[in-house]
Ligand binder design. Sequence first.
Ligand SMILES: CC(C)(COP(=O)(O)OP(=O)(O)OC[C@H]1O[C@@H](n2cnc3c(N)ncnc32)[C@H](O)[C@@H]1OP(=O)(O)O)[C@@H](O)C(=O)NCCC(=O)NCCS
Length: 171
Amino acid sequence: MAQKLKRRTGELLELISTSVPSGLIPFIAGPGDLDAVRAFSQEIFRDNALDRAYLRHSLGPGHSLVFGLKMDGRIVACSALEINMVQKRIYITEIGVSESCRGRNLALWMMGRIQQIAAIYGYRHITSHVTLGNTASLNLHKKFGMKPQRVCAEYFHDGQDAYYMHKQVAA
Ligand SMILES: CC(C)(COP(=O)(O)OP(=O)(O)OC[C@H]1O[C@@H](n2cnc3c(N)ncnc32)[C@H](O)[C@@H]1OP(=O)(O)O)[C@@H](O)C(=O)NCCC(=O)NCCS
């Protein structure tokens, strides 16, 4: 089985503090960040933002991780992950970058950290769902090495179809 992430020990923060883009500060969100993470999710995903109940669970004791980058104390890049130790799988629930910071490889930086976490803690699969028409996100996932496995009809709650994306992580 894969190892449980030690979110509260500082170990993960140390792990993601590599190759940090200049001028930005990495963070791992805790319960006190709920409002800031929710506001960021609303800024990026509008009506499809992560809801408070989901975030409360994600930022609480459950096995999930919300992390990203801040600039001047404000979240500019954020990713929410669900982590399944039995399936050795990290599922990217959400990944987003503020409009003003796009095109600077911040999303790729987050993907790189997810891969690093997976490799170190023994997770073998990184998965996600991406809307068929989201070219930027599809290109990002493909550039990171994720491949579309199948189309899931009406996967998102607004009725949009999605590709199920997958990447195998080497042991
Ligand atoms: C998708 C998103 C996270 C990319 O963030 P970003 O930090 O600008 O991406 P990066 O700079 O790391 O780009 C990495 C790669 O993604 C792809 N990409 C990013 N933006 C793109 C765009 N507008 N058009 C086409 N491809 C794009 C490219 O392949 C790029 O590599 P390249 O610059 O060498 O061509 C960002 O556009 C975003 O937040 N979009 C809205 C939210 C969203 O759709 N999230 C994904 C949900 S599944």
